[in-house]
Design a binder for this molecule. Structure first.
Ligand SMILES: [Zn+2]
Length: 289
C-alpha cells in the first residue's frame, strides 16, 4: 500500500473515530484549469459531492473501517475526503458571504472561541470543530436560513465537510491550521451561546406532556404570554400541524386562558414570525451540501 497524503489524512480521521467517505476530486483539464472528476461541465459543487463508483449512497457509506478507507483512497487517488459531522460539529466560516465579519461580531459579543481544531479550507474559509453537547441534536443550518449569522453554516447530524488534504477548485488544499492541529489541540465543546442558538431538542428531551397540558389548561399571565405563544406555536409547527390551524388554536387559547389576553394582532404576528422561522429551519435542515 502506498500511503498518499489523502489516505494518510483519511486514516487520521478514522483514528479519531470519525467516519469518512470518498468525494469527487479535482483534476487538470486539457486547458490546465481544475475541473471536478464527475466530468460535468456544469458541476455546481466541484470536488465536494460523493463519488458514486465507490460510495453509491454517499454520506450513508461513511465508515470508520480502516480497511475500507484504505481500499477507497488507494483506488481513487484523486478522490477528496468527505467527513461525516454529528460526532463533531463544524462551524463553516465562509468569507464570501461575510462569515469572517459575522464571527468577529459574535466573538465581540460572547467572547473569543475556545482553542480547538481548525481547518483552513482551500476556498479561503475555515472549518472550526467542536464536541457536540450531550443529549442535544445539532443539525445542519445555513447562516442565512435560520442559522447563526450570514456566512456561518453549521454542519451537524446528517451533514459532512470536505476534510484536509482534499484539493479545492482554487488549486489550494484543505489543511489543518498549524496552531489548531488535532495532534496537539484538544477538541473544545460547542460554546454555550452557540448551542443556545442552534439547539433542537431531541424527541422526548423537550418539555414533558404534563408541562404542555398545564400550560394549555392553566394559561399564563402578563409577562409570560409572548413566550408561551412562541413556545406553543413552535411546538405545534414542529409536529407538522397546519400553520392556519395553529394560528386559530393559539388565538383561541390566548383568549380563553391568558390573563389578560394579548391583542389578537400580536398573536398573529408572533405565529407568522415563528412559522417563517420554522420553514427556514426545515429548508436548512433538509439541504446538505
Ligand atoms: Zn462534480
Amino acid at each position: 500500500m502506498i500511503e498518499t497524503p489523502r489516505l494518510h489524512e483519511a486514516l487520521r480521521l478514522v483514528g479519531y473515530g470519525l467516519s469518512v467517505f470518498p468525494l469527487q476530486g479535482m483534476r487538470a483539464s486539457p486547458s490546465g484549469t481544475l475541473v471536478c472528476t464527475c466530468g460535468s461541465p456544469k458541476c455546481e459543487h466541484p470536488g465536494k459531492h460523493p463519488l458514486p463508483a465507490l460510495a453509491p449512497n454517499g454520506l450513508k457509506n461513511a465508515t470508520t473501517c480502516a480497511d475500507t478507507v484504505e481500499r477507497w483512497f488507494s483506488k481513487a487517488r484523486l478522490a477528496n475526503i468527505g467527513m461525516a459531522t454529528g460526532p463533531v460539529i463544524v462551524l463553516d466560516v465562509d468569507p464570501r458571504h461575510g462569515g469572517d465579519e459575522s464571527l468577529h461580531q459574535l466573538e465581540a459579543a460572547y467572547g473569543p472561541l475556545p482553542l480547538t481544531w481548525r481547518v483552513l479550507t482551500g476556498g479561503g474559509g475555515e472549518h472550526i470543530f467542536f464536541l457536540p453537547p450531550d443529549g442535544i441534536e445539532i443539525r445542519n443550518s445555513a447562516g442565512d436560513r435560520g442559522g447563526l449569522a450570514p456566512g456561518l453554516d453549521i454542519r451537524g447530524v446528517g451533514g459532512y465537510v470536505v476534510a484536509p488534504s482534499s484539493l479545492h477548485v482554487s488549486g489550494r488544499t484543505y489543511e489543518w491550521s498549524v496552531d489548531h492541529h488535532p495532534d496537539e489541540t484538544p477538541l473544545a465543546p460547542l460554546p454555550d451561546w452557540m448551542m443556545a442558538a442552534l439547539a433542537r431538542p431531541q424527541a422526548g428531551a423537550a418539555r414533558s406532556a404534563s408541562d404542555w397540558r398545564q400550560l394549555i389548561s392553566e394559561g399564563v399571565t402578563n409577562g409570560s404570554r409572548n413566550d408561551a405563544v412562541t413556545r406553543l406555536t413552535g411546538h405545534l409547527l414542529r409536529r407538522f400541524v397546519d400553520p392556519t390551524m395553529v394560528h386559530e388554536l393559539v388565538q383561541a387559547w390566548n383568549l380563553a386562558r391568558c390573563a389578560p389576553p394579548l391583542q389578537p394582532e400580536e398573536v398573529t404576528k408572533a405565529v407568522a414570525s415563528i412559522a417563517r422561522k420554522e420553514l427556514k429551519r426545515r429548508e436548512a435542515r433538509d439541504g446538505i451540501r
